[in-house]
Write a protein that binds this ligand. Structure first.
Ligand SMILES: [Zn+2]
Length: 745
């Protein structure tokens, strides 16, 4: 393996004059000793670098905020761009000739709106045969009048020729920079700046199926770009032209150029015993050594990520890196751009940008509100990579370093500038979202979801959170809407207080465990609905985990085990982004389910509270209580004979008599209607003479008591007497009134 081997073939031929010895000492004054850094240190440095980069992004977007799309832009579907650019460093000018081929999605389409900064001057808009088209170029759009109206399904093409010096901001746009006297020209377009240097439908939900890139620059410079370099042509005037072909769908913000002097080196990703894909790296000449170390992990990382997600999505083209002037990394399709200092060679950054080739480039967020679909996935992929490389403990510590504690939602409501879009929350809480999802659905299902996502209709297209949710639900068979709702749109995290107590049940010698969870956060949502692990320890080495689905503020969970656990811990492996505090058991109602009752049959059950001084006062706080039952305020016993039937929901409050402790809980009591016929004193299914003799026997001859008292009281006096016998005689022999069930005292 010769990771630092020099390029072969025509590249070597053309580049030999440009290459340095590769022995330069990189500019590493402030480089921490990366090898021994903890995840905490790594993460802090990454977070700071990200924050600093985003801080620099504001100014440009203030002046380029025309991001509202007219309806017309959704009326066509871009198929192909032919992007021809001549780049002149001495006068900071680009000369463009960009062809667009698109399909009409509506009838009578006679105008097309592209995004294009009017800072640049359009020379002409024309058809292939030379026919000129009318256009209006103003602000950030160009409206092109087509030569005729196109009907839905028809394809049209036109080309825009233009020139000028692109407006660039602090970090996005097209940059003419110098580095040690050498031009270092580069682009960074995400999210809204492709339009600042080439005319396009600049939105992530309409990928071109392919693009041709044709770039002319000084022969002293090399142009790194997307896809396959199919040809280079010397023009005989001190310039040469690069022909790149992108034959996978690509969105506008992922097309990039980096033009400078590079010491190019190649690597190989062997994806089968007989096949390999080239990795082409373009470090600035003085960055060769550093790049060999930093980017040298790429074949291994490709292997790891392909193993986790599915084969590298652009396997017929390439992967690679090119240095550029922005202070971070950018996942340009097949050619990630990297800052030329230690950060650009830093393993988590290299892995992050590579992971974007799947999540961001192959499947792209449909809109900038849902940028977490790019960034959360790429950040979480770092943790997955380290899990493969360093094991599960390292994975968990890596996730710990992405613990995100600030306000805001993963869903970005404000997409007017890249600060608002690329908030750290979409990286870190976005990664935690996937970490939590993994635990909810289980490991094997989670990776099945990723595979299904990889193979979904969104492959090489764009996706929304709702579409990702649908895949998660289909693969897992679980309802996961609650989880997406609470965590994508909610703020912060659950703040759990928890405690428990064990109690011997003398009736069977086993142990009750009462486990209390109360989420007390005041932010929204006030109720996170989450499955929560409870790890019971009975003795060292004897543990078991039980999952409770906690979907309310406070609840007591009731368990019974042969022995009382010596310890219980909530979410011991931190699969939830939460605060969790163990508290002492204070005073709680134990919501044992109540017995079922039967109408007109005696009933008894007991409300149970634990904690405090042990002396209680129970009161019915709200709800409906069945008539005929009473709650004893000291014992908590509910007793009596219910007259009504149905389902009764009520809330009971318990106060500790000698302290300020109190608790309340909801209860449900079901009373079944009495079964049988009124007057059927012997309960044999018929009302007849036998019921009269049965009652005579019961009342006067020490016979058996009626099995269902309510049936033996047809006159509804609440008492069984001779009057019930006369009622039955009247009914059976004198056409008396039909009896009803139930006494009326
Ligand atoms: Zn990223």
């Amino acid at each position: 393996m010769t990771k630092n081997s020099l390029l072969a073939g025509f590249l070597a031929f053309f580049l030999l004059p440009l290459m340095t010895s590769g022995s330069d000492i990189p500019d590493f004054e402030n480089l921490p000793y990366i090898e021994n850094m903890t995840p905490s240190q790594m993460h802090r440095i990454m977070a700071e670098a990200k924050a600093a980069a985003f801080d620099r992004s504001r100014a440009i977007e203030k002046s380029l905020r025309d991001i509202s799309y007219t309806h017309a832009q959704t009326d066509f579907d871009v198929k192909f761009y032919r992007i021809e650019l001549a780049v002149s460093a001495p006068d900071s000018t680009i000369y463009g000739n960009v062809g667009t081929t698109a399909e009409a999605l509506v009838n009578n389409l006679d105008t097309v709106v592209l995004d294009f900064d009017a800072t640049l001057t359009i020379d002409s808009v024309y058809l292939q045969d030379g026919t000129r088209l009318d256009y209006l170029h103003s602000g950030m759009t160009v409206t092109v009048g087509l030569e005729r109206a196109y009907q839905s399904g028809e394809t049209f093409s036109f080309t825009i020729r233009y020139h000028g010096t692109p407006t660039s901001g602090f970090y996005q746009g097209f940059f003419f920079r110098y580095r040690g006297g050498v031009p270092a020209i580069y682009t960074l377009s995400e999210p809204y700046m492709a339009r600042s240097w080439w005319p396009c439908k600049d939105r992530p939900d309409d990928k071109a199926d392919s693009i041709d890139i044709i770039v002319t620059c000084d022969t002293a410079l090399f142009c790194a770009s997307n896809g396959n370099l199919t040809d280079t042509l010397r023009n005989g005037d001190g310039t040469w032209t690069f022909y790149y072909a992108v034959r996978y769908p690509i969105t506008t913000y992922l097309f990039s150029l980096s033009i400078s002097k590079f010491t190019i080196w190649k690597d190989w990703y062997h994806y089968s015993p007989t096949d390999s894909m080239v990795i082409i790296n373009h470090p600035y000449t003085d960055q060769y050594t550093a790049s060999v170390t930093g980017w040298g992990i790429t074949p291994y990382a490709l292997e790891v990520l392909s193993g986790l997600f599915g084969e590298y999505p652009f396997i017929n083209e390439k992967y690679g890196h090119a240095n550029f002037g922005w202070g971070g990394g950018m996942e340009h399709q097949t050619v990630t751009s990297m800052i030329s200092n230690w950060f650009g060679y830093y393993e988590p950054v290299v892995v992050h940008e590579l992971a974007h080739q799947w999540w961001g480039d192959m499947i792209t967020c449909n809109n900038w509100h849902e940028i977490w679909l790019n960034e959360g996935f790429a950040s979480y992929s770092e943790a997955l990579y380290y899990e493969v490389k360093n094991g599960r403990n390292y994975y968990h510590s890596y996730m710990d370093q992405m613990d995100y504690a600030d306000t805001g939602a993963i869903y970005r409501y404000d997409t007017t500038n890249s600060d608002a879009i690329f908030d750290l929350i979409v990286y870190d809480k976005g990664a935690w979202f996937l970490h939590m999802l993994r635990h909810i659905v289980g490991d094997s299902t989670f990776f099945e979801i990723l595979r299904a996502y990889y193979d979904s209709p969104y492959k090489y297209g764009d996706v929304t959170s709702a579409q990702f949710l649908e895949i998660c639900e289909t693969v897992s068979g679980m309802d996961l809407d609650y989880f997406f709702q609470d965590w994508l749109y909610g703020q912060l995290r659950p703040n759990y207080l928890w405690s428990y107590m064990n109690e011997l049940d003398p009736s069977d010698g086993k142990y009750w465990t009462f486990f209390m969870i109360n989420q007390v956060q005041v932010s929204q949502p006030q109720v996170f609905r989450m499955p929560i692990d409870l790890r019971f320890t009975y003795s060292p080495g004897d543990t078991s985990t039980t999952v409770v689905f906690h979907d309310t503020r406070k609840r007591i969970y009731i368990f019974k085990n042969d022995q009382g656990p010596s310890d219980i811990v909530l979410d011991p492996n931190k699969w939830i982004l939460r605060n969790a505090t163990k508290t002492t058991w204070a005073y709680n109602l134990i919501p044992f389910p109540l017995n079922s009752g039967q109408q007109y049959q005696p009933f008894s059950d007991t409300i149970v509270a634990r904690g405090g001084t042990g002396f209680h006062k129970f009161t019915l706080k709200s709800g409906t209580f069945p008539a005929g039952l009473t709650l004893d305020t000291l014992s908590g016993i509910i007793s009596g004979t219910p007259h009504d039937y149905g389902t009764f929901n009520f809330n009971i409050r318990a106060n500790d008599q000698y302290s300020s402790y109190k608790d309340s809980a909801d209860y449900t009591l079901t009373v079944a209607p009495v079964a049988g016929l009124a007057g059927d004193a012997d309960n044999n299914g018929a009302v007849n003479i036998l019921d009269i003799t049965f009652l005579l026997g019961y009342l006067y001859k020490s016979g058996a008591a009626p099995p269902v008292k309510a049936l033996a009281d047809p006159n509804r006096s609440c008492d069984i007497s001779v009057l019930d016998i006369t009622y039955l005689i009247s009914l059976l022999y004198k056409d008396g009134p039909d009896p009803l069930i139930g006494c009326v005292p």
